[in-house]
Design a protein around this ligand. Structure first.
Ligand SMILES: [Zn+2]
Length: 188
């Protein structure tokens, strides 16, 4: 009897689990990782807290999960990843957050003076309106102009701005720095 109820209580309720996964966009909450295969991890281990609270749960891929269990990613860092993710999603869509991370991560593999330019269809500009308005990305402009029936169909190129770079960096900066950045950008 006791062992059965204990087994059941280890199970994270579906509703809470879903909320944690949606918060992270069903991807690993570590912004430099963003793996698709994720599971829900207790920041303070379940063996210690014996409960499943949303605030204590984070979506991690198996690899980051192992790193967290080993203590390579400590609890303080996990809490910060979670808080930052929530702020970002209150403000931007999942797609917009993904674009910012993707542009930023692509830049990490390049020389510092190089900029990543991603092609984006002009007709879908509204989908990235909020990160454009926030000044986190900029439109580089049409490389070649193509018109069909008087309508501009050429792709545009988008690129991360210094402000956008700073915002993404705030996800891994010290908590004091990132709080200042979040406050300045009106996210809190
Ligand atoms: Zn991961």
């Amino acid at each position: 009897m006791t062992s059965v109820s204990k087994e059941l209580s280890r199970h994270i309720p579906a509703k809470i689990k879903r909320r944690v996964l949606v918060e992270a966009g069903h991807r690993c909450a570590i912004h430099t990782c963003r793996e698709f295969e994720v599971d829900v991890h207790h920041i303070v281990p379940f063996s210690k807290c014996q409960k499943h609270e949303y605030e204590n749960l984070i979506a991690l891929c198996p690899n980051c999960h192992r790193r967290a269990d080993r203590g390579d990613i400590d609890r303080k860092a996990l809490k910060k990843y979670k808080v930052n993710l929530r702020y970002a999603h209150d403000r931007f869509s999942q797609l917009e957050v993904d674009i910012l991370f993707k542009l930023h991560n692509a830049e990490l593999d390049m020389a510092p003076e190089e900029k990543v330019q991603a092609q984006w269809p002009l007709s879908m500009i509204l989908m990235i309106n909020r990160i454009l308005d926030a000044g986190y990305i900029e439109v580089i402009g049409n490389q070649s102009s193509v018109q069909v029936l008087g309508m501009e169909i050429s792709p545009i190129y988008i690129s991360l701005t210094d402000k956008g770079r700073e915002y993404i960096n705030s996800f891994s900066a010290t908590s004091a720095d990132s709080r200042a950045i979040l406050r300045e950008t009106g996210t809190t």
